[in-house]
Design a protein around this ligand. Structure first.
Ligand SMILES: Cc1cc2nc3c(=O)[nH]c(=O)nc-3n(C[C@H](O)[C@H](O)[C@H](O)COP(=O)(O)OP(=O)(O)OC[C@H]3O[C@@H](n4cnc5c(N)ncnc54)[C@H](O)[C@@H]3O)c2cc1C
Length: 438
């Protein structure tokens, strides 16, 4: 493939909640070819959208114009100290092999590694850890092709203000062709997973987030149990204490995927059983501890397809917001089979990061992809909004530009940069029209 515009093929996202029929597709293999794609699309009045791994639940990656596949522009391009420059189409799962020879790793990760580096930073993808930010906070340089075909290179040293706008760029400012990520020396994590009383975890949430490197928990609705995960950073010299093959298969394959798929589908057929199934599932997920490479502890495999909404609230609001969510589910007598995931991140200075300017807690709700999440997500969104919530840009939500402007004090800084870099909205789509304006 090349810069040529070929006929497009229909596609949908991982969660099967968004789909599109782009008129054209292109797969450029160089910055020059990306420029050619942008210029020829603009001349024909077409809109342009690069696609990462399609793992966003929102319509952020959809287009009726030109879908740009950047798979041919992936890999490790340069390493300077701890800074690694990656081709925009590089998948996170490729990073351990690329970075290991340089003794480097990502500082923090979310719970999967299927995304591309560009897709992940564009939507503000994050993991957990009160002292750590999302992936975009580690971006120290970015090269984009903007709407007029210009190549714009930004560095943390020379263009800190513009980089703070472009790092979580929502795909609205141009096509990212290179990302420089400030990595850290490779490290191990001790992962400790336990069942704890939900009330105790909520009461101590702020303190747990502050005292652990990476704390998170899952709560199965209809139960009083939190499954906590506490990850502690260790040097490589500590040595690995990995889980045995059988234990890994039992926990990560059977329990987290195969058996979970069975219980979710049983719950769909017999919804009244969901509370009992959840109680049994929570009880069966036992205590475990292991020490392994950071990327093996951070990321897991997700084979049960779902849809997700995630809200960022001030970290101190998490206990109350979760209690209200619990009360809502019981009051409405919903049977919710998927656990709620609760995480945290440090405040950062990126303009549209969900953690911009405030220490943040994240509350994520899920539904099986064949179930309509509508009523549940709408009601959860109302609770999170009342707590000053900001929705994840890559997950389902119903907010519009007017309401998001209230949630982000620097919203108009982003809009001004977009007006300058993409005045004719070459990179727009329906989702961006709704969340930042047409
Ligand atoms: C199973 C699952 C688990 C997840 N876990 C987490 C998690 O732990 N934490 C979290 O925060 N999120 C999580 N997410 C959400 C996910 O990280 C984000 O939606 C992320 O954006 C997906 O990356 P992607 O490569 O699939 O990007 P896509 O969804 O394909 O694209 C996202 C946006 O990035 C833009 N984009 C892609 N490449 C470029 C480029 N080169 N230049 C400019 N714009 C570009 C696209 O146009 C689009 O607007 C999860 C999603 C799934 C399905």
């Amino acid at each position: 493939m090349s810069a040529t515009l070929e006929p497009g093929l229909a596609f949908s996202n991982w969660g099967r909640c968004e789909s599109a029929e782009p008129a054209f597709a292109a797969a450029p293999a160089s910055v020059r070819e990306v420029q050619q794609v942008v210029v020829s699309a603009r001349e024909r009045g077409l809109r342009v959208k690069p696609l990462g791994a399609g793992h966003s639940f929102s319509g952020i990656g959809m287009t009726d114009g030109v879908r740009v596949d950047l798979t041919a522009m992936s890999g490790l391009l340069r390493v300077r100290g701890t800074r690694a420059t990656l081709g925009a189409g590089t998948f996170l799962w490729q990073l351990p092999a690329l970075l290991a020879p340089h003794g480097l790793a990502l500082q923090n990760m979310g719970d999967i590694d299927r995304q591309t580096i560009s897709g992940a930073i564009a939507t503000g993808t994050h993991g957990t850890g009160g002292g750590f930010g999302g992936l975009a906070t580690r971006v120290s340089g970015l090269t984009l092709v903007t709407a007029d075909g210009t190549v714009l290179s930004l560095t943390r040293e020379d263009d800190p203000a513009l980089l703070a706008v472009a790092a979580v760029g929502l795909g609205a400012l141009g096509i990212v062709v290179e990302v420089e990520v400030d990595c850290v020396p490779a490290f191990l994590l001790r992962g400790v997973e336990r069942q704890e009383a939900l009330g105790t975890v909520l009461d101590g949430f702020g303190e747990r987030v502050a005292s652990a490197d990476h704390f998170e928990f899952y709560w199965f609705p209809h139960t009083r149990v939190a499954l906590t995960k506490t990850n502690t950073r260790l040097p490589l010299s500590h040595g690995r204490e990995p889980l045995g093959r059988v234990r890994t298969w039992f926990d990560d394959d059977l329990m987290a995927n195969s058996l979970f798929a069975g219980t979710v589908s049983l719950g769909r057929r017999l919804p009244a059983l969901v509370p009992t199934i959840n109680r049994i599932s929570a009880r069966m997920t036992g205590h475990r501890q292991h020490v392994d490479h950071s990327y093996r502890v951070f990321a897991v495999e997700r084979r049960v397809r779902f849809r997700e909404m995630e809200y960022a609230v001030p970290v101190e609001e998490v206990p109350q917001a979760l209690r209200e969510l619990d009360a809502l589910i019981e009051r409405r007598r919903w049977n919710i089979s998927f656990p709620v995931e609760v995480r945290a991140a440090a405040a950062d200075n990126l303009v549209l990061s969900t953690a911009s300017g405030r220490a943040t807690g994240y509350i994520a709700v899920h539904r099986y992809y064949r179930e309509d999440p509508g009523e549940y997500f709408t009601a959860v969104e109302a609770i999170m909004r009342a707590h000053g919530g900001r929705p994840h840009w890559g997950k389902m939500h119903a907010r519009d530009a007017e309401s998001l402007r209230e949630a982000y004090p620097r919203f108009d800084e982003f809009v001004a940069v977009r007006d300058r870099l993409d005045p004719h909205r070459v990179f727009a789509n329906e989702y961006l029209d709704r969340v930042i304006g047409a």
